[in-house]
Ligand binder design. Structure first.
Ligand SMILES: C[S@@+](CC[C@H](N)C(=O)[O-])C[C@H]1O[C@@H](n2cnc3c(N)ncnc32)[C@H](O)[C@@H]1O
Length: 211
């Protein structure tokens, strides 16, 4: 089965950008709001990776300082427009950047947020490593993601749908074990929470604390 590559993801999101808010605005909203509530609880300097069209930017507390990065320039252009229109002066940086090679110093952010991103990158484990690198000790990585079923008909469907989903830019079969294996190998993080999220609880809000 072909895997995700950067050029493919960029192409997919170039196509998604004009209609993204319409298609994915409402359906993923509870996951987005819940992640931002967790980020606001922590406050300080926050990195939003795969910020996309910036649907969440206005939900961050105005007392936070936000850096948003994304691999797709067409998605980011929409985020920039949103920042201007809504006068979001707490958004300090919006930049094209690969989630796996963040151009930020170590131990810089109080929280790193990645909504619906980690299952769409070519190398999720290396990407998670870089999220933790830029987090301050005690800081939190806050993810919301589709997590594939372990067994049963949903697993069969997700495996069957995977090749089409690759072309749309994500992996529907991404298993929870991949995250637990990554955390065990990394050794510097503690799972703080896994919370089921709509639609249908097939998504999860996941928080890791940097030790
Ligand atoms: C499903 S969208 C989520 C956008 C936004 N977080 C939201 O909740 O609406 C995934 C986003 O991740 C971005 N992305 C995919 N691969 C990336 C990478 N390697 N580095 C940075 N961003 C990436 C895409 O361009 C897209 O904007």
């Amino acid at each position: 089965m072909g895997d995700i590559d950067r050029a493919g993801v960029e192409k997919a999101y170039e196509r998604w950008a004009p209609v993204y808010d319409l298609v994915f605005g409402k359906v993923f909203d509870e996951g987005r709001q819940s992640t931002i509530a967790e980020a606001n609880r922590i406050g300080g300097r926050i990195l939003d990776v795969g910020v996309g069209t910036g649907l969440s930017l206005s939900d961050y507390a105005r007392t936070t300082k936000i850096c948003g990065v994304d691999i797709s320039e067409p998605m980011l252009r929409r985020a920039q427009q949103r920042v201007r229109e809504l006068k979001l002066s707490n958004v300090e940086v919006l930049a094209v950047m690969d989630a796996k090679n963040l151009a930020f110093a170590d131990n810089l952010f109080d929280a790193v947020v990645a909504q619906y991103v980690i299952t769409a990158v070519p190398d999720p484990e290396a990407t998670l490593d870089d999220f933790i690198r830029v987090l301050k000790p005690g800081g939190e990585l806050i993810l919301v993601n589709h997590i594939g079923a372990e067994t049963g008909p949903r697993r069969m469907f997700e495996l069957a749908f995977a090749p089409i989903a690759r072309r749309l830019g994500w992996r529907p079969e991404f298993p929870w074990a991949r995250l637990t294996n990554w955390a065990a190998r990394h050794g510097g993080v503690t799972l703080a929470e896994r919370r089921p999220m709509p639609p249908l609880g097939h998504f999860s809000l996941i928080r890791y604390r940097k030790n």
